[in-house]
Structure formats: C-alpha cells, structure tokens
Design a protein around this ligand. Structure first.
Ligand SMILES: [Zn+2]
Length: 450
C-alpha cells in the first residue's frame, strides 16, 4: 500500500444538493493498494506508525482530487483548436473536416492521438469521452494509444453518412452497412480491453440519415455494455435543421429523433443540450429533461465551446434541478482549453450570466464525480470510495505567481479552492496518477509525439 499525503477532496454526489456529499480531509492521506485501487482516505494523524513508515508520497501542501473526467472531446480536432470560423456549421466545414481528414494518414493518426492523450493527462484528465474521426484505422490507433497509457477512456469512430454538401464525400461513411461493419470490428477488438470502452458515435443529426441513426441505436441496444454518444441541441440552427430533416418522423423534439432510433438510455452521453425542447420553444415544462433523467442519460456541459462558437448559455442549474446527470466537457477543438479547471471557471461565468450560483465545490464535483455520473462510470472512477480505480491528480495552490498570491491571501480553504478553479489550469497539475501509477508525458515509451 502507498499513502499519498495531502489535502484530499472528493465527492459522493452533487454538493449543492447535499452537504454530506463533500468528503474533505485536510492533512489526510489517500491509500492505494498495489493493484491500483483505492483502499480509503484517512486523516494523516490516524495512520498507524507502520503505515507512516511505509511507502509515502508527500504532497502535504497540495490538493489531491480524483482524476478529471472530460465528458466530451474530439481527438480528431487536436489541430483545429483555436481556428476562427463563425458558427457551428461554418466552423465544421472550414476547420473541422479538413483537420479530421488528416487522420487518414496512419502515422499522423498515431502521433496525434498520443499527443491528444498526453495533453489530457498533463491537464489532470484521466478519463475522457471521445469522438475520434470517421476512420476505422485512426480509431484503432486512438484506442492503442489510450491502452498503452492504461487510461479509462470511452470513445468511438465517428459515424456520418450525409454531409449535407458541407463534408467532403471522401470523409463520409461509404454506406450504413460498411459503417456497421467498421463498428463491429472495433467493438470486437477494443471494447473492454484493458480500460478501454466503446461508444457508438454518430456525429449528430445534420450529418446522419435515418438509416444510420437506426443502425447506431440497434448496435447500442444489441450490446448491453456499450456506450452511446453524440451532440444534442448545441445551436438553434442545428435544432431547426434536425426538425426539418427528420420531419417524416414527426418528432416532438431533436432528442425525440434520437430516442425513436433507440439511441437514448443508460451510458448515453449527449454533448451540449443548450437548447432542449422547451428552451428552444420558449415554453414551460421540459420533456427532454424528463426523458434524459428517466433513461439515466448524461449531458456534457461544454462552456468554453459554447462561448467560442456563440452557441448559447447552457441552462446548468435548471438541468440539474430537473435531475439530469451533468458532467463537464472541454469539447476540444471547439473548446479552448484542455483543463477542466479552466472549463469549470467558464462554467461559473455561464452560470453567472444566468444569475445562478456556482461555487468551487460544485465546479470540482462536475470535473470529477459529476463527469463519472454523466458517463455512468461512478462505481469505478471519479471518487475515492474503497475499490475505486486510483486515478487522481495532485494540484498545486501556488502553481503561478497570481495563484500563489491569491491563495495565500485567502481566509479559508473554500476561498483557496475557488481561486484554484478560477485561476488554475494545466500549470496547477503537479502530478497525475493513472490506476495508481504516476504518469509522465510520453511514459508509454513512444517517441515525442511531435
Ligand atoms: Zn463536440
């Protein structure tokens, strides 16, 4: 067993709903067994003399939190980050499809996937829910790189069979049958191998035929252990397009299109959901939220992306009050930071613009346990309950001069946590542990990704 000494913070649920969901031990120790599982958390003073004399890593000035869980990102967009391009549809055409097409080169796919994962780890993120690209081979390369790093990832090949004229024909799935064969091959090879999990991944409504969505729903239903992910109601224009495109189904809402195709259920993760049915229509109620809640689905709140593309303000507090699971997503490359600290800070601002309270405990909950709940992985990751996989990050309250000065001036730990959320980013990450082992960039033994 190894004891990691520090201020240990984790959550068993949303702290805004129940104060008892916060588990904070100042001068504590996270205890990890040799197999990489959490044994427990204890005050340092409560450790036996034998435990203190054993394997100890001393981070007593730092904060130890579960590894961050990024509920939505695109590995294929590593080189599309910070590309100007207008709204969502224009940005996809101008910046995203060309960037994702580069992954058709196997060498680039391997190097870029490794670089993407190393950048995540450097930001303290140990689990991500990832869209790759439409390439089966590039998706395999992503899984191989994640497996080499022993990361708990949920990911899948992007499915899209209709670009609406905006996506190059050479980038689309050739047919629904071919796309299904590709998925089955990847699922067979990768789902459940090491810590890798497969998600059926249609990009979204506007680039899908009904046949493709139905195939996706069928695959997800056939394999009870698979994940499902896509985008949902990111912009108003997108909702307009989907309601028009699938008018024959007479859908109640955008989500209803997915639901009728069998895609909504537990382990399904929906990015954005800025414009659920009643927000889009400006009416009361909120049937989409009822469906998401009742089916155990999760939503990825991606504030830096929503602000960057001008998509809208995610109704965070109302979504949570409706009982829907919510995690934080960077949405790289529309998002502008790999850091879930920076993402939580933007979530705070999005909440502030809507007059909603949002404190550091809630931000850190969303970045850890909340993300795990959104991905239906809270039994394995996102917290320090006994038996959890020991993925964790050590955060430095004095990582930058500004952060150091502000945290030294803070009256109490809550104030320090708030400063860490607002001013912190990957620079605040002192160390990252994956399944109990310290991760160092390039630790997979591969050459420098660039
Ligand atoms: Zn996205």
């Amino acid at each position: 067993m190894t004891a990691y000494r520090g201020t240990v913070l984790h959550f068993s649920g949303d702290p805004a709903e129940e104060e008892g969901n916060v588990h904070l031990v100042e001068d504590g120790a996270l205890l990890v067994d040799p197999a990489g599982h959490v044994e427990g958390v204890a005050p340092w003073a409560a450790l036996t003399a034998e435990q203190r004399a054993g394997a100890v890593q001393d981070f007593r000035d730092d904060l130890i939190v579960p590894g961050f869980v990024d509920a939505h990102a695109h590995s294929g967009q590593i080189d599309a980050i910070a590309s100007p391009g207008g709204d969502l549809m224009a940005w996809l055409t101008k910046s995203v499809y060309p960037a994702e097409m580069r992954f058709q080169d196997p060498g680039y796919a391997r190097r870029a996937s490794g670089a993407f994962l190393d950048t995540m780890l450097a930001a303290g993120t140990t689990t991500a829910c990832v869209h790759t690209t439409t390439s089966k081979e590039a998706t395999g390369a992503f899984f191989a790189e994640a497996h080499a790093r022993n990361m708990r990832v949920v990911a899948g090949k992007v499915l899209m069979d209709d670009g609406g004229g905006a996506a190059p024909a050479g980038y689309l799935d050739a047919s629904v049958g071919q796309a299904e064969d590709d998925c089955r091959e990847l699922i067979e090879r990768w789902h459940g191998r090491g810590r890798v999990l497969y998600a059926v991944t249609p990009r979204f409504g506007p680039t899908s035929t009904e046949g493709l969505l139905r195939m996706a729903g069928r695959l997800y239903q056939e394999h009870p252990g698979l994940w499902m992910q896509s985008h949902l109601a990111e912009t108003r224009d997108e909702v307009d397009q989907v309601l028009d495109r699938f008018a024959d189904l007479k859908p109640r809402s955008y989500l209803d299109v997915y639901d009728r195709c069998g895609m909504v259920g537990p382990r399904s993760v929906w990015a954005h959901c800025v414009w659920p049915d009643h927000v889009y229509r400006g009416t009361g109620g909120g049937h989409d939220w009822d469906v998401l809640r009742d089916k155990g689905a999760g939503v990825a709140f991606c504030p830096t992306s929503n602000l960057f593309l001008g998509s809208g303000l995610f109704p965070f507090a109302r979504t949570r009050r409706a009982g829907v699971r919510v995690g934080l997503g960077t949405d790289i490359g529309a998002g502008t930071s790999y850091s879930l600290l920076a993402t939580a800070a933007e979530a705070y601002k999005v909440a502030a613009l809507q007059g909603e309270p949002f404190d550091a405990l809630r931000g850190l909950y969303l970045a850890t346990r909340g993300g795990a709940e959104a991905l239906s992985l809270q039994d394995r990751i996102g917290g320090f309950h006994p038996g959890a996989e020991a993925d964790f990050a050590v955060l430095d309250f004095a990582a930058t001069p500004v952060l150091k000065r502000r945290t030294e001036a803070a009256a109490d730990l809550r104030e320090r946590l708030f400063a860490l959320m607002v001013l912190g980013d990957e620079r605040a990450v002192r160390a990252v542990f994956v399944n109990g082992r310290r991760s160092t960039p390039g630790a997979s033994g591969r050459p420098d990704p660039r």
